[in-house]
Design a protein around this ligand. Structure first.
Ligand code: SAM
Length: 457
């Protein structure tokens, strides 16, 4: 197999002159690079190194950076961080002390293993890990409440979790159900869909998880990307994903400042391995579909607001011919379609960032960062050496809700079936606030992750 052909119409459209801010972007250079053949992340996964003199859609470029089987950020040795014992919040003075305990543990692990440029953020910093088992208990309480309201005792409780990291949430959810809802527990099945081979293996090998699996024989771990899922699950089920959306690759678009026509971004990799962004009218079918569904929601891109100012600016010499950048979650649309087609009776439980400090420029733009002598250092572009950087995006939950209604629940009345709320509100309702309170009365589980929201359907 070689290069993909479904982008072939791309070559017929003339590339735009690009941003005038970058002196390297002469029209000649862009013309020449626009002629490069198009590769997808699937194509690049087949060779050991990133090929030269090719171009890729931004989502494929980012996918390649994160998931390439040999140099991808997530493919390198994944070290699992998880506090060995649960924190006893009632014995901790206040949230400052909690922070310093975390910092100490973190340092211990770092000194222990040489993991300085590791995927540390990945697992360590998730609420699931920091507030175990209480965070998982809260999710379990929500799921069981909803299950009992709607499906008990006629149906089994079936839970799918994509991207389970250490498997900690699974443990905590099952422990909770076993302990507090024994009759539901007997009818519970839990399946993990995990892309990382190492994590999937470790989910199976960790002593704690092994013990738990002996205890919880209802667990099955499937080592697969959710984007490769191809079987239909006809059952009623809960579909859980905590902190997984943020690594779903995005496409990049800008609009013609005069006509407002959307333009798709591609990254050209030249003979020296340098990157150039190229924009042409949208021809990628997934971007087209995303934009068309989004239009039906009535969403108006922020970069297209202030039409009057744009007109004024366009009349000046050297006005930029494109609007600012906008990152669009095209892979998230693929997830919604998979939910609709493969999990028609799912209930969705997602948690993720809705806002990220230190993101690069643009609407819904990602944070791009790397670990450098012990701290995370953010950079200003996603066009960086593949595999060396973590790239993660915020999620616009309100837009996701509208897109979800369009894709997964088109026949249902709006609003009713889907809920977006802050993680704090969710935890106030379902969390054990006694057990997570410090001596000063502060509750770190409510205080942290203020930039997280929950999506419940
Ligand atoms: C930031 S970690 C979160 C782990 C865990 N859910 C938690 O909250 O602690 C993201 C997880 O999603 C997995 N993942 C990323 N993309 C995936 C995909 N396309 N399909 C399945 N799992 C994926 C990663 O390997 C990792 O285990």
């Amino acid at each position: 197999m070689g290069r993909h052909s479904h982008h072939s119409e791309f070559h017929t459209s003339a590339p735009r002159r690009d941003l005038i801010e970058d002196p390297r972007y002469t029209p000649e250079k862009i013309q020449q690079r626009a002629k490069y053949p198009v590769l997808t992340a699937k194509d690049t996964a087949k060779s050991k190194e990133m090929p030269r003199e090719v171009k890729m859609l931004v989502r494929d470029f980012i996918d390649d950076s994160l998931y390439h089987p040999s140099y991808g950020y997530f493919s390198k040795q994944a070290v699992i961080f998880s506090p060995e014992t649960d924190f006893e919040f009632n014995k901790i003075k206040d949230h400052m002390e909690f922070l310093s305990i975390i910092a100490d543990k973190y340092k211990e692990i770092e000194d222990d293993m040489d993991v300085r440029d590791e995927v540390a953020r990945q697992v360590w910093h998730t609420p699931t890990e920091l507030f175990k088992p209480w965070y998982g208990y809260a999710i379990a309480k929500y799921i069981v409440t909803e299950y009992k309201l709607n499906n008990y005792p006629h149906k089994d409780l079936i839970i799918y979790e994509m991207g389970a990291g250490n498997g900690t949430l699974m443990l905590n959810i099952l422990d909770y159900i076993q302990q507090y809802e024994p009759s539901v527990y007997e009818r519970t099945r839990y399946r993990i869909i995990e892309i990382s081979k190492m994590l999937a293996q470790r989910q199976g090998e960790r002593q704690e998880v092994r013990d738990a699996r002996r205890r919880h024989s209802c667990v099955e771990i499937i080592n697969k990307s959710i984007f490769e899922w191809d079987t239909v699950v006809p059952d009623h089920c809960f579909f859980v994903g905590m902190e997984v959306l943020d690594n779903f690759s995005h496409d990049l678009i800008r609009y013609d400042s005069v006509t407002e026509e959307p333009l798709q971004g591609m990254v050209a990799i030249d003979e020296e391995g340098d990157y150039t962004e190229i924009y042409t009218p949208v021809s990628d079918p997934l971007i087209q579909k995303y934009l068309s569904i989004r239009r039906q929601t009535g969403y108006r891109p922020p970069v297209l607001s202030k039409r009057f100012l744009r007109r004024l600016r366009n009349s000046l010499p050297f006005a930029p011919n494109m609007t600012g950048p906008e990152f669009i979650p095209t892979k998230l649309l693929l997830l919604l379609e998979s939910l609709k087609n493969h999990f028609p009776k799912h209930r969705l439980v997602l948690s993720d960032f809705f806002m990220l400090p230190e993101a690069i420029k643009g609407t819904d733009a990602p944070v791009v960062q790397t670990r450098y002598s012990g701290t995370m250092v953010p950079v200003s572009t996603y066009m960086v050496m593949p595999g060396m950087f973590d790239i993660f995006f915020p999620t616009n939950f309100e837009l996701l809700k509208d897109m979800y209604q369009q894709v997964c629940r088109p026949s249902l009345g709006m609003e009713k079936s889907v809920k977006v709320q802050t993680q704090k509100d969710f935890l106030e309702r379902y969390g054990d606030l006694e057990k997570t309170r410090t001596q000063s009365g502060e509750n770190p589980m409510l205080m942290y992750y203020e930039n997280n929201k929950m999506f419940l359907s």
